[in-house]
Design a protein around this ligand. Structure first.
Ligand code: DX5
Ligand code: ZN
Length: 218
């Protein structure tokens, strides 16, 4: 299981140090999850290209960039150039999801597709053979620290089944409200990457948060 702490919950005054802590922990993070929000697709604005570029300079971690922006195809090249390793786009944010995932692959990056908790899974089915990652949102995107939506477990199970049927090696990632209490359940349902913001960057720091998640998965 890969763990991808969400930088949205880190201390932005110390982002370089926080990234260092993720990589050095006795059970280090696998990826850094970067949540980009435009205030249109989701009701919040987080950060964009210069922050990704700074994170890139500060860390060798795989930058897993989650674009919560309208018409992401306008910015895919910019995010790739700013240091994204993987780019994930929402089916609800573009009229042309095939084109968007194709563009990501042409840029040489890992192409991800995702969908909001209220969107039927069928919406991503046509592109499952064309992506390197499928992300199941287990909260309505926009904010860290929200409560996990329990129906997400069944959605992970269904997507696991569909990906296996296709013989796809794509990662199956879950994002939102992931804690030591549900991590095992998500692993058993077939997830391969867990994003965690508030449960990693808690008051006792990312080492302790990562260790608690690893213990729950052991
Ligand atoms: C939600 C973001 C998530 C969020 C996760 O819109 O996409 O990545 O930061 O934070 P937690 O783990 O606190 O739910
Ligand atoms: Zn995210």
């Amino acid at each position: 299981m890969k763990l991808a702490p969400s930088l949205l919950s880190c201390d932005f005054t110390q982002m370089g140090e926080e990234l260092g802590r993720l990589a050095d922990a006795d059970c280090p993070a696998d990826w850094a999850h970067v949540d980009v929000m435009d205030g249109l697709f989701v009701p919040n604005i987080s950060f964009g290209l210069p922050i990704l570029a700074a994170a890139r300079r500060a860390s060798p971690l795989f930058m897993d960039v989650h674009l919560m922006i309208e018409r992401p195809e306008r910015y895919l090249r910019d995010f790739a150039e700013a240091g994204a390793d993987g780019l994930t786009v929402h089916v609800e944010s573009t009229q042309h999801i095939h084109r968007a995932v194709g563009m990501i692959r042409e840029l040489g990056k890992r192409a991800g597709v995702t969908l909001n908790p209220g969107t039927p899974l069928e919406a991503v089915r046509p592109v499952l053979g064309d992506v390197d990652l499928v992300l199941v949102m287990s909260v309505n995107p926009g904010f860290g620290g929200q409560k996990f939506i329990p129906q997400s477990v069944e959605r992970v199970r269904t997507l696991r089944h569909w990906l296996d049927e296709l013989g796809s090696e794509a990662e199956l990632e879950v994002d939102g409200g992931v804690t030591p209490a549900n991590a095992r359940l998500l692993a058993d349902a077939g997830a391969t990457v867990l994003v965690a913001g508030s449960s990693v960057f808690g008051p006792d720091g990312p080492h302790a948060g990562l260790r608690r998640l690893r213990e729950a998965l052991a």
